[in-house]
Design a protein around this ligand. Structure first.
Ligand SMILES: NC(=O)c1ccc[n+]([C@@H]2O[C@H](COP(=O)([O-])OP(=O)(O)OC[C@H]3O[C@@H](n4cnc5c(N)ncnc54)[C@H](OP(=O)(O)O)[C@@H]3O)[C@@H](O)[C@H]2O)c1
Length: 317
């Protein structure tokens, strides 16, 4: 397993990170119990993964706690709290420092640990960012001083913020040690708006949406590309609308679109941990191999750039 330095946290972690949210939630979206999901976590550690990302919102913290039991010191655990309320009747309002502390305490309990390595504000929108810095960041720093949180991070809501409006502000400000960024071969816009500043400020980056649904479901891919052809973001004639990524599959140096999708992210300058979300140990093994594989052939990188380089309106959700 290759390792990476996660920016100014100075932590050295596996280049492949286990994502415990997304559509799979370790298989819990398909009905797996926390006990069953915990087997994916322990298999990930057996396979060399040392970075695990979960969140209160995912409902997978208990599974992570079960999966890391007895091996807590081998893994870097990242969890999150949303910047909005959570108490009945106050769902849309900004969380208070007390709400945040309560969320962190619940996460520690479910994870069965006395500290998390990274605590993130989850899915922050640009309009919420100033209030997060003014009201919630001081509380995160207090928890850091108390030893419950090692590093502080922020994640974007890429499903709606496909142009990275929030991170375009947060990364240059550098209040947060780590940023979670949506990035994939269909929308590589973080290449212009996030990674250069992250590198300049030595911010650690976590890559989400490497595959998501557009790159694992052919029908979703066709619909997404049809939209991009209609908007003009993908030049006319650049791809076959019926099978848009055929050129990847047909290349002798590429095993599948999915493999190419993880390799694409892994070798992007400024990208650190590539998150992979799955409920299947078999998929996890294949994805780890892809994340550890060499860069894509130069002519394929050039073709991807010519085809999707201008896209910033879709997430691939
Ligand atoms: N704002 C935020 O903070 C935020 C938002 C979104 C995600 N995240 C984090 O980012 C992580 C990564 O995102 P993601 O979970 O969407 O991951 P992803 O790796 O981009 O996509 C995972 C999807 O692809 C499928 N898949 C994975 N490997 C496959 C394979 N080899 N063959 C066929 N299908 C495969 C999975 O289904 P199977 O279960 O069938 O494998 C799952 O539906 C999340 O888990 C979460 O930790 C954070």
């Amino acid at each position: 397993m290759q390792t990476v330095r996660l920016g100014r946290t100075n932590a050295v972690v596996s280049a492949a990170g286990l994502g415990c949210g997304g559509h799979s939630r370790l298989g819990m979206s398909g009905g797996a119990s926390a006990q069953e999901a915990s087997r994916v976590v322990s298999a990930a550690i057996d396979l060399g993964i040392t970075f695990i990302d979960t969140a209160r919102l995912y409902g997978t913290e208990e599974a992570v706690g079960l999966g890391v039991k007895g091996r807590r010191d081998q893994v870097f655990i990242s969890t999150k709290a949303t910047p909005t309320g959570g108490r009945p009747g106050r769902e849309g309002e900004l969380a208070t420092p007390e709400d945040l502390t309560e969320s962190l305490e619940g996460s520690l309990r479910r994870l069965g640990t006395d500290h998390v390595d990274l605590f993130n504000l989850h899915g922050v929108m640009s309009a919420q960012y100033d209030a997060c810095v003014e009201t919630l960041l001081p509380e995160l720093k207090r928890q850091q001083a108390a030893g419950k949180v090692r590093h502080i991070g922020i994640t974007e809501a890429f499903g709606v913020d496909t142009r990275h409006q929030m991170l375009a502000r947060a990364v240059p400000d550098a209040h947060f040690d780590v940023a979670m960024v949506g990035f994939n071969l269909l929308n590589p816009s973080a290449r212009r708006t996030v990674f250069p500043a992250a590198q300049a400020k030595d911010i650690g980056t976590l890559i989400m949406f490497a595959v998501r649904r557009a790159l694992s479901h052919p029908d979703v891919l066709r619909d997404t590309v049809a939209k991009l052809l209609a908007s003009g973001e993908v030049p006319p004639g650049a791809v076959d609308p019926a099978d848009p990524l055929k050129f990847l599959r047909e290349h002798p140096g590429i095993a599948s679109e999915l493999e190419a999708a993880y390799r694409f992210c892994r070798h992007e300058p400024g990208a650190h941990v590539i998150l992979t979300g799955t409920g299947s140990v078999e998929h996890l093994e294949a994805n780890i191999a892809a994340i550890n594989a060499p860069p894509l052939p130069a002519e394929i990188s050039a073709q991807l750039e010519a085809t999707f380089g201008a896209v910033d309106s879709v997430s691939g959700n």
